[in-house]
Design a protein around this ligand. Structure first.
Ligand code: PRP
Length: 208
């Protein structure tokens, strides 16, 4: 049996569709249920649907063998897992964003940056030698500058519609090419190689 940790949210549908194309029985993922452990009817696969930031935790621990999660989360979590494959979907950028009339805001002293990517933001500004205040939030990041909680945000931008709807613009694209990645537990890759390697090979074919 292969156990997957799958990120809930914007990657969920495409993750399930890709796995189905790779021959994984994913029907259980479409059932209306509050169950947290989902097992395929053929008993070959088990799925945990978790918050994106928890996927690397489950995979690093070995509780899950494989995971599908965004590169943004992998950068932020920096876990001891193997990144096996760029799955190509869910493309977005990690950006600094703020109000269009204050495009020079990034150079202002004591900049307040709201983000759910706290580690990544801290590293970014430390590398730049800039002393900023990082405001850790868990969602609806765009609300921070709108309400005056922060000057700018550091967040993923996919379609740009959330920024636009809140009167914000990209000030700087920091990381581009953020896509969904297939990740693996280091031990599982050895102990379950007969099951896992053909599946990874199939995924590779599918996304080529
Ligand atoms: C993410 C991100 C932005 C939005 C960007 O939030 O934090 O708010 O998506 O996407 P867009 O450019 O296509 O508008 P998500 O929907 O994951 O939810 P959250 O606010 O709960 O973090």
């Amino acid at each position: 049996m292969i156990t997957f940790a799958l990120a809930k949210g914007r990657l969920a549908t495409e993750s399930a569709e890709l796995l189905a194309r790779c021959g994984v029985d994913t029907a259980v993922l479409y059932e209306e249920t509050r169950k947290l452990v989902l097992t395929s009817a053929d008993g070959n696969y088990r799925f945990f649907l978790v918050k994106p930031s928890d996927v690397p935790v489950y995979v690093e621990s070995g509780v899950a063998d494989l995971g599908v999660v965004g590169k943004d989360t992998l950068i932020e979590e920096d876990r001891d897992i193997y990144e096996m494959l760029d799955l190509g979907f869910g493309e977005c950028s990690l950006c600094l964003a703020g109000f269009p009339e204050r495009k020079d805001v990034l150079t202002s002293p004591a900049l307040r940056v709201a983000t759910k990517y706290v580690n990544t933001a801290k590293q970014l500004f430390a590398e730049r030698g800039e002393d900023v205040e990082i405001i850790a939030l868990h969602g609806s990041i765009e609300l921070a500058p709108v309400t005056g909680l922060s000057d700018v945000i550091f967040d993923v931008v996919q379609t740009g519609s959330t920024l636009k709807a809140n009167g914000l613009v990209v000030l700087e694209q920091v990381f581009t090419g953020i896509t969904a990645r297939l990740v693996a537990n280091k031990v599982s890759l050895k102990t379950k190689s007969a099951e896992i390697l053909p599946l990874i090979a199939k995924c590779k074919e599918e996304v080529a």
